[in-house]
Design a protein around this ligand. Structure first.
Ligand code: EPU
Length: 416
């Protein structure tokens, strides 16, 4: 599958972001903790979500789609071993460990997969569970987690990881009688959306501060309905598009407060942006360069590093792009250089970008989900035609990207 892009024409009208992938995936796992039905609204119809639901089905769960609503019934979930073929397809499968351990006390997890963005070990997960009284054995590229002892009343995560924080919450939610303080947690808004969802089902989870969460176990969770938050990363992707090509481009369906760091950078670059409640309106801008460093929320998100890398190629001046979260998320920069950008890649985590430089169309492959979306944006501002191959990588995280972009005037075609 590929996308063919051309144009460099103004984009206007309204583009609505879908529900947040990285919140929806965890709620599908969390549904295992709920006795009866779970209704999730605003679920993005993307390949990662489909795969997460297929994993649920493989262990006995049932689900049905109605528009963007998914109804899940986990009454018949009876297995605790995840199959190798699907769980390798997405990193999010690692959050099944917390829920299945809570339900069965044992889980088998083949080494998880995910985007190719650098070393993605699960040592923090293993350390977390060992501190919570779980034994972890590694056998034939599979981990076996098994409950042995009691959880301690305090645990400190080895690193401020999103999925490790979520696994801690998922496991501790049903540990009745225990109150556990989890320290060194991540603060991404998708974690808090998961907490709100679980609390709406009767859980007792409190965020004490940016790095601390307290979970008091309850004996059961009840049926609930929850609307998944809008995807701040998708919104940030369209923010970049608006700064490059927008003609009063309105981006809706998300809360701009979760996009504070990227909006701050974009405004500091001279971006013409009007922030509303639940939307932003963006215009093509005469941009000036600004240094960007990624970090744990509320710092600048690593998932927007690549669209903003593209933005720096179109801004006047020289700026440094520092990636501090993942150690191999710069592959797309080589493609931008091929298209005419001026980029010095100084290391796997530091690049110096000088702009503005005109880009010309090329045949490119999606290196990972966010890099693939960035190449779609690059194709829309480049001279001539750009072909982005491996479009299915982009479909993992962006719902109907071609339809959404066509509706605001972009020239994008999907070909198999
Ligand atoms: N890390 C370890 N050991 C671990 C776990 C993490 O060393 O056991 C390191 C990672 O290698 C990385 C850092 O900790 O250097 C942070 O990784 P984190 O665990 O926070 O990432 P994640 O939970 O695997 C989630 C999102 C990513 C997003 C990151 C950071 C999901 C399913 N994925 O990944 O989303 O980039 O948090 O915000 O929630 C994406 O959507 O494109 C994507 C990659």
């Amino acid at each position: 599958m590929k996308f063919i892009l051309s144009g460099n024409n103004p984009l206007s009208g309204s583009i609505e972001v879908s529900g947040a992938k990285n919140a929806a995936l965890k709620m599908i796992s969390a549904a295992i903790l709920i006795s009866g039905k779970t209704e999730l609204e605003n679920v993005p119809k993307i390949i990662d979500v489909e795969n997460m639901l297929l994993i649920l089905k493989s262990i006995g769960g049932e689900y049905s789609w109605g528009g963007n609503k998914v109804t899940i019934d986990t009454t018949n979930v009876s297995k605790h071993d995840l199959t190798i073929d699907i769980s390798r397809k997405l990193r999010g499968s690692v959050v099944y460990v917390g829920s299945l351990l809570a339900k069965f006390g044992k889980v088998t997890l083949p080494f998880p997969g995910g985007c190719n963005i650098g070393k993605r070990p699960i040592d923090y997960h293993i350390d977390l569970f060992q501190n919570l009284g779980i034994s972890v054995v590694e056998e034939n590229e599979t981990y076996i987690f098994e409950k042995q002892g009691e959880a301690s009343s305090e645990v400190t995560l080895l690193g401020r990881s999103v999925t490790v924080t979520e696994n801690a919450i998922l496991y501790l939610t049903l540990l009745k009688g225990n109150t556990t303080t989890v320290r060194n947690c991540a603060a991404e808004p998708e974690i808090d959306d998961l907490i709100n969802f679980l609390n709406s089902a009767g859980a007792n989870i409190k965020r004490i501060d940016e790095e601390t969460i307290e979970v008091t176990g309850v004996d059961k969770l009840n049926e609930t309905s929850h609307r998944v938050m809008g995807d701040r990363i998708e919104a940030g992707t369209w923010l970049v598009l608006g700064l490059l090509l927008g003609d009063n481009l309105k981006i809706t369906g998300f809360d701009p407060k979760f996009l504070e760091a990227p909006l701050g950078i974009a405004k500091g670059m001279n971006g013409n942006i009007e922030v509303g409640s639940g939307s932003i309106t963006v215009n093509k801008s005469e941009l000036v360069s600004k240094d960007i460093t990624t970090g744990v929320y509320p710092e600048f998100p690593t998932d927007l590093q690549s669209p903003f890398g593209l933005l720096l190629t179109q801004s006047t001046g020289t700026a440094t792009l520092n990636e501090t979260v993942f150690n191999d998320r710069f592959k797309y920069l080589h493609d931008l250089v091929d298209m005419g950008a001026d980029i010095k890649i100084e290391s796997k985590n530091k690049a110096v970008i000088t702009g503005p430089r005109k880009l010309s169309g090329r045949i490119i492959e999606s290196a990972d989900l966010r890099a693939g979306a960035t190449m779609v944006l690059a194709g829309l501002i480049a001279d001539g035609t750009t072909e982005v191959d491996k479009a299915e990588v982009i479909d993992r995280g962006y719902e109907k990207i071609d339809d959404k972009l066509s509706r605001i005037g972009a020239k994008i075609q999907r070909e198999s």
